[in-house]
Ligand binder design. Structure first.
Ligand code: CAA
Length: 304
């Protein structure tokens, strides 16, 4: 009885997050559509943006480079809308298994655009639901890796935290300096930072507005790994390419299971995880992965 209730709760919570069945259906539809015609997805070189550069550094990775150098990649409304469009593109491209977001060597992003925000009023913020369209990155079904060089401040740090893995160049600086501007983080900073580094460290970061080095943030658990500035993007693309070479439905289920840990109790979460684990036994890729191990050869995943 308890197991049934736990499963119902898990399914309810999961549906609120990102419905697995619907997600898997959508994934199979996309895969089926792509198997028939990948011509539906325009070539990435045909996309042009005012504030971004997009490319495919490998056949299976989409790269988005934030490109407002004069404003240290401040996240203006236009940039966030274009970022959503670029992500939609890479989601629709069945050859892309992982996405990398980066900036320049000087700045990943120095925060929300303060000049754009400066004249805003409370009523305008509420009436336009200001920052609501920033959540697309966190809702991605494909893994997104942040390659952070230079400043990742305020909304820049929050954007990195919406990604699944944060890699940093050795001179990167992280911080939530909103308090110095008379405001508070508004794109998940108080929530995701606390989950990543714990209450005491998160409180220090948001209450002082100080900047923190890549090395300190790696020790604190926010950053997965630190690389030399010049090789960061290349190394992160390699990691993304490795993830993208694995079974796409399994990668998606695995990401969903980790994200569920933010929303569920340990009992619900482990139950949910076990059910997702069971569900992989319905995939050809699970059979192929284990058979390849037994036959001492590399696995050939087909995303089925
Ligand atoms: N918004 C708009 N413009 C910005 C910006 C931002 N967040 N950050 C930098 N810029 C602009 C500067 O105004 C400057 O433009 P001009 O040349 O036209 O004057 C240009 O980028 C270069 O910046 P600096 O001259 O200041 O460069 P620096 O090397 O001396 O300092 C910095 C770099 C420490 C990052 C500094 O620019 C800075 O403190 N930026 C603001 C950081 C910040 O407060 N971020 C939080 C924003 S609020 C937020 O993000 C809310 C949220 O939760 C969503």
């Amino acid at each position: 009885m308890f197991a049934l209730n736990a499963l119902r709760t898990a399914i309810r919570v999961q549906s609120a997050l990102s419905p697995s069945a619907a997600a898997i259906r959508a994934l199979s539809t996309a895969t089926a559509a792509s198997a028939g015609s990948s011509a539906a997805v325009p070539d990435v070189s045909k996309l042009s943006f005012n504030t971004l550069l997009v490319s495919k550094p490998t056949a299976n990775v989409g790269l988005v480079t934030l490109n407002r150098p004069k404003a240290l990649n401040a996240l203006c409304d236009d940039l966030m809308s274009e970022l959503n469009t670029a992500l939609e593109h890479f989601h629709a491209d069945p050859t892309v298994g992982a996405i990398v977001i980066t900036g320049s060597e000087r700045a990943f992003a120095a925060g929300a655009d303060i000049k754009e925000m400066q004249p805003l009023t409370y009523s305008k913020c509420v009436n336009t639901n200001f920052l609501a369209h920033w959540t697309r990155v966190a809702e991605s079904r494909k893994p997104i890796l942040a390659a952070v060089n230079g400043f990742a401040l305020g909304g820049g740090c929050e954007l990195a935290m919406m990604c699944d893995i944060i890699y940093a160049g050795e001179k990167a600086q992280f911080g939530q300096p909103e308090i110095l501007l008379g405001t508070i983080p508004g794109a998940g900073g108080t929530q995701r930072l606390t989950q990543a580094v714990g209450k005491s460290k998160a409180m220090e970061i948001v209450l002082t507005g100080d900047k923190y080095s890549a090395q300190e943030m790696e020790r604190a658990g926010l950053v997965a790994r630190v690389y030399p500035v010049e090789t960061l993007v290349e190394e992160v693309v390699k990691k993304a390419s490795k993830i993208a070479s694995l079974s796409k439905p399994v990668v998606q289920l695995c990401k969903e299971a980790v994200n569920a840990s933010y929303e569920m109790t340990l009992k619900e979460g482990t139950h949910f995880e076990r059910r997702l684990f069971h569900s992989t036994f319905g995939l050809k890729d699970r059979a192929e992965g284990m058979t390849a191990f037994v036959e001492k050869r590399g696995a050939k995943f087909t995303d089925e």
